[in-house]
Design a protein around this ligand. Structure first.
Ligand code: IMP
Length: 209
């Protein structure tokens, strides 16, 4: 059994990772949360890329636990806003902003932008830091269009204004299962899990602290 720590306090991300592992028939991993490892400090995510922030989180927790640690960083990049909100997606409308506030800010910034110019993408970067010091990263992207009004009430964050052409729906109009099947996060997780699955058990041996 390869043990990995998912560096998040978000219980639904741990649940989602376990669900993705289960649907891939992958029972070779045991997933621990930060709480399981007794890690309860805040990690400052001060990099200006998703890769940088995912690495900071994974490395910090790997140093604390001596275990293989996986961390993610995600966000929305809007072409008409030169890639904003990007790494600031969660804080775009101020610290602790609700989904409604984030959407309101985004739609205000995009007033007057034509439909053709409302292209955007959700990105997730997953980073694994192994006890050996090895660092692996995987990226998942979903391309879509920012709508002029919110539609649907599923999901979280910017989902109600992210229209995804292959489904002809916004992300908030998809069921959780549908979104988990195609999301940027799911793409990145699957890529990383494939790579981790191909490594030796020795790569996951806890490092003596
Ligand atoms: P995190 O790095 O996964 O915590 O994502 C940072 C922020 O990006 C979230 O707080 C959301 O505002 C936004 N975000 C990331 N993924 C999604 C998604 O799948 N749907 C909607 N918003 C998302």
């Amino acid at each position: 059994m390869k043990t990995i720590v998912l560096a998040t306090n978000n219980a639904s991300k741990v649940k989602e990772l376990n669900a993705i592992l289960a649907t891939n028939g992958n029972s070779g991993f045991k997933v621990l949360s930060l709480k399981d490892c007794g890690f309860n400090s805040d990690i400052e995510e001060n990099a200006d890329t998703f890769e940088g922030n995912a690495y900071i989180k994974a490395r910090t927790v790997a140093e604390f636990t001596g275990l293989a640690v996986v961390a993610d960083d995600s966000g929305l990049e809007v072409d008409a806003l030169n890639g904003a909100p990007g790494v600031f997606s969660a804080r775009y409308a101020g610290e602790g902003a609700t989904s409604g506030q984030l959407i309101e800010k985004l739609l205000t910034e995009m007033k007057g932008v034509s439909m053709e110019e409302r292209t955007a993408r959700f990105t997730t970067v997953m980073c694994a830091v192994l006890p050996t010091g090895k660092v692996l990263t995987a990226r998942g992207e979903c391309h879509g269009i920012i709508t002029e009004t919110p539609m649907g009430d599923g999901g979280f964050g910017y989902d109600p204004v992210f229209y995804y052409p292959p489904a002809n729906k916004t992300f908030a109009e998809l069921t959780a299962e549908e979104k988990n099947g195609i999301s940027h996060r799911a793409i990145a997780v699957k890529k990383l899990i494939n790579t981790l699955g191909s490594l030796e058990d020795a790569d996951f041996e806890p490092k003596m602290q």
